[in-house]
Ligand binder design. Structure first.
Ligand SMILES: Nc1ncnc2c1ncn2[C@@H]1O[C@H](COP(=O)(O)OP(=O)(O)OP(=O)(O)O)[C@@H](O)[C@H]1O
Ligand SMILES: [Mg+2]
Length: 363
């Protein structure tokens, strides 16, 4: 054991509701200045995990430490106000009868001048200094959100816990406020756990993502790793649509219309699913029935005919029916690419973008 502690550590958090484990052996650790996003589908236990970290929900088992000091464990349960955590929830309700300044100053101790200086500093930082004497009902949703952020950060919490803090904002406001929030949290050096069910938000905000499913963390790592090295099909599919090619393993290989795929560790005769994201399929033109030559990187090309193509702004989505078995595959192409229905094209699967998983047994 080293003496250096992470800012926030949780080990083996466990909580049941109505006999069902809603948070099942969750462990996390976050350093100062780091942002961890708890990502997962609705009901997977994200908020319950966050509430236990905050101290407003009690785990049945598990330990929580802040800077190495146990705040939750078999013999201790420090209340929320003793944990040096800032909280920001979806319904972040400001105090309606208090001015912006008094809202931000709410959790501050000490002299009037010192408080006022901190309030000013934070309101400047969130570009709301001109609203210091306004009341919440005089502010827009986005402005209220920024006041709530300033209020949560005012007492310089060691840890900031945020539960879908941007979900009440419309899309255009959201991007700006997210980036501003991120910058401020980084500046303050707070350790952050942010809950979201949107993969794009997690990828935009997080240094690390913890992907949750059914009360467990199924994968944890940098956004790049979760996107490019998913642990299973569901983890892959959480971040984008995926194409699935099915095959059977013989001698460590799976033969498909796209050539052979290595399937190490999969038993002979077992069924596998090869997963590739639509943006990782490569397209090439059909030249009198001929496609491009096979390569080790791209494998064997397979021909499909366009079912439909749609323009999505930055990119185009083209859906194919494959000649080899009539299955449908989707490809995303940057820019405008709108071939007519029926156009034959060749598809290639970049080997380094494919993931081979055991086929899911349908029950
Ligand atoms: N106080 C409670 N009493 C009973 N069941 C609860 C309680 N709180 C949460 N649950 C249940 O625990 C499960 C996990 O809830 P939780 O709020 O942690 O999910 P979540 O991942 O935050 O979902 P969402 O994305 O919808 O907010 C849900 O099935 C929920 O119904
Ligand atoms: Mg929730």
């Amino acid at each position: 054991m080293t003496a250096v502690h992470q800012r926030l550590e949780a080990e083996g958090l466990y909580r049941r509701f109505a006999g069902r484990a809603v948070v099942n052996d969750v462990s996390l650790s976050i350093d100062a200045g780091e942002i961890l996003c708890l990502l997962g589908p609705s009901g997977c236990g994200k908020s319950t995990t966050l509430r236990m970290l905050a101290g407003v929900e009690t785990p049945e088992r598990g330990v929580i430490r802040v800077d190495g000091v146990e705040v939750e464990g078999p013999l201790v349960s420090v209340p929320p106000e003793g944990r040096s955590v800032g909280l920001m929830f979806q319904d972040f309700a400001l105090f309606p009868h208090l001015s912006v300044a008094d809202n931000v100053a709410f959790g501050l101790r000490g002299g009037k001048a010192g408080k006022r200086a901190r309030v000013r500093e934070l309101l400047d930082r969130v570009h709301l200094a001109q609203h210091i004497d306004s009341y919440p009902h005089e502010l827009s949703g986005g402005e209220q959100q920024r006041v709530a952020l300033a209020r949560a950060l005012a007492p310089r919490p060691l840890v900031m816990l945020m539960d879908e803090p941007f979900s009440g904002l419309d899309n255009r406001l959201r991007d700006g406020i997210r980036d501003e929030t991120l910058a401020l949290l980084k500046e303050e050096g707070t350790a952050v756990v942010m809950v979201t069910h949107e993969p794009e938000e997690a990828m935009r905000m997080a240094d690390r993502i913890a992907l949750m499913r059914d009360g467990r963390i199924v994968q944890q790592g940098a956004p790049y790793n979760l996107y490019n090295a998913p642990v299973d099909k569901a983890a892959a599919a959480f971040f984008s649509d995926v194409n699935v090619i099915r095959g059977t393993v013989t001698g460590g290989l799976t033969r498909t219309a796209f050539g052979e795929f290595l399937a190490p560790g999969h038993a002979d005769g077992s069924k596998v699913e090869i997963i590739i994201r639509p943006q990782h399929l490569k397209l090439d033109f059909d030249r009198n029935g001929q496609g491009p030559a096979p390569t080790p990187v791209n494998g064997v090309p397979a021909r499909g005919s366009v079912v439909r193509a749609r323009y999505l702004g930055r990119e185009s989505l083209v859906e194919f029916e494959m000649e080899f078995d009539g299955t449908h595959l989707s490809a995303v192409v940057p820019g405008v690419f709108l071939p007519n229905a029926g156009t034959p094209l060749w598809l290639m699967m970049r080997r380094d973008r494919c993931h081979v998983f055991p086929a899911q047994v349908v029950t």
